[in-house]
Design a protein around this ligand. Structure first.
Ligand code: GLU
Length: 480
């Protein structure tokens, strides 16, 4: 088989069928890593020929999420490029001539079988334990001949006539020689006139000069059909690399139905840093020669080698991602972290200033922006401040009133409301005065002031919140 020569061009080709799947980012990362290493191009193509599953806002989400991850494309529907348009629904006239050529050369045929007939056929095959597949009732028949038989529908589809000697093995950059099962007579053009994925994908990869197809292993079974199409059309076929699928802990394929982490937007909502997710996705399929787990995209690019890509489906371990995200949070310059927390919380003005001042207090103890925001929210909650009922049940009860009263007196009397004085006053009143262990002394104060048992350091928090709000929260907790 001959392959396209010339500059390396790779693509990711998501279908806009809902919230972008984490696999789209995963595939983009590996396509991009190889493209960058080779000094080639990375293309984003939108495969929107499945009109039944099409969702209008999905395409924008793909842009947003890949952009958020810093996985930037050189050509795409939004930025154009020499092979525009990059949206398949705008390229329909490209596919029909190919279907016509395949019909003319006898590699494809019209099939008028109704969906009811196909369903009956499948059922009968199942009952008889025969292999599934189209029974070729329409092969060699004219429209008139076929119309005389049952299960006819007006508008035909176009099917591939898979030859008996279809090559089932192909070379894979990651896996070596791969074998696939014998394909069925694949539909190429549907009754709505739209090409199926198989036709559109091959035609576009050819037209767009794609040299390497890097995609999920679920497409291995389709590759012999794609290779046939290249051969029939006399086109060079790209090289293929089939990535292992990301898996749940029970080894099942990650799906949006079962696992929230299948949705790319989930990671942003959960406040993971994009650089951490990028590193994590890299780690899911790839290892650096020295086994180092924390690496930048540039390091991945520099060492990139198909031989280092896993073939076994990596388990998607969110705890590991959390750990990585914590690492990146601690590495960030504090102003950068503050900016991200402010954006995550959606605050502005004086509230943003307050969060910025408080950020150093949470940098060491948060693994995600969401955790940081959760710890800082008490500072900007204003009227909507409420004590978490579980925290209240633990720390606010019969014994706590005396603590809160003593804290109130002590904080009322502090002359300059700054951390060292706040700490000294509270220690004197609660630890020395009431004879409490620090844990019992400060627990109720923490819950009263921050609403939670988990918070930034207490005395600093009280300083940032200010005397007035602190005293008012102590009073409210007193009456809980
Ligand atoms: N549209 C296909 C998908 O969403 C692309 C598969 C491929 O890369 O060939 O998975």
């Amino acid at each position: 088989m001959s392959h396209p020569t010339g500059p390396v061009r790779l693509r990711v080709a998501p279908s806009p069928t809902g919230d972008p799947h984490v696999g789209t980012a995963y595939m983009s990362l590996f396509n991009l890593a190889f493209a960058r290493q080779q000094g080639g191009q990375f293309i984003l193509r939108i495969e929107d020929t499945d009109r039944a599953r099409f969702q209008a806002d999905s395409e924008q989400q793909v842009y947003d999420m890949l952009g958020w991850l810093g996985l930037n494309w050189d050509e795409g529907p939004d930025i154009g490029g020499p092979y525009a348009p990059y949206r398949q629904s705008e390229r329909l006239e490209t596919y029909q001539p190919v279907a016509d050529a395949l019909l003319a050369s006898g590699h494809a045929y019209h099939c008028w079988c109704s969906s009811e007939r196909l369903a009956e056929m499948r059922e009968a095959q199942q009952k008889a334990k025969r292999p599934p597949g189209y029974d070729r009732l329409c092969v060699g028949k004219t429209r008139e001949e076929r119309a005389a038989l049952p299960g006819f529908q007006e508008t035909p589809v176009v099917r591939m006539l898979i030859p008996d000697d279809v090559p089932l093995e192909f070379d894979d950059l990651i896996r070596g020689v791969v074998g696939a099962p014998r394909p069925d007579d694949q539909v190429l053009v549907k009754t709505d006139g739209f090409p199926t994925y198989h036709l559109a994908n091959v035609v576009d990869d050819h037209e767009m000069g794609i040299t390497h197809v890097v995609r999920g292993e679920e497409w291995i079974a389709s590759t012999p059909k794609h290779i046939l199409l290249y051969q029939w059309m006399g086109w060079d076929a790209p090289r293929f690399a089939h990535m292992p699928l990301l898996r749940n802990a029970d080894k099942s394929k990650i799906s949006k139905r079962k696992n929230p982490a299948a949705r790319l937007t989930w990671f942003r909502e959960e406040g993971f840093l994009p650089e951490a997710l990028r590193n994590f996705l890299g780690l899911m399929g790839y290892s650096l020669p020295d086994g180092q787990e924390i690496f930048t995209f540039d390091e991945m690019v520099a060492s990139f080698d198909w031989g280092r890509v896993n073939t076994v489906g990596p388990v998607f371990d969110v705890d590991k991602l959390r750990w990585l995200s914590g690492h990146y949070i601690r590495e960030l310059p504090v102003e950068d972290l503050a900016r991200r927390i402010v954006e995550f919380m959606g605050v502005s003005g004086s509230e943003a200033d307050l969060i910025t001042r408080a950020t150093p207090l949470v940098q060491e103890r948060s693994n995600t922006l969401k955790e940081a925001a959760g710890m800082l929210r008490f500072l900007v909650a204003g009227e909507s401040f409420a004590v978490d009922p579980e925290a209240a049940a633990k720390q606010l009860g019969d014994g706590s009133d005396a603590v809160l009263d003593a804290a109130t007196t002590a904080l009322t009397d502090v002359s300059t409301f700054v951390t060292p004085e706040i700490e000294a006053a509270l220690r004197a009143a609660l630890v020395d005065g009431l004879g409490l262990k620090p844990k019992h002394a400060f627990g109720p104060v923490r819950v009263a002031v921050t609403g939670s048992t988990v918070s930034p350091p207490l005395f600093e928090s009280i300083e940032l919140l200010g005397r007035e709000a602190t005293l008012s929260r102590l009073a409210s907790a007193r009456s809980l």
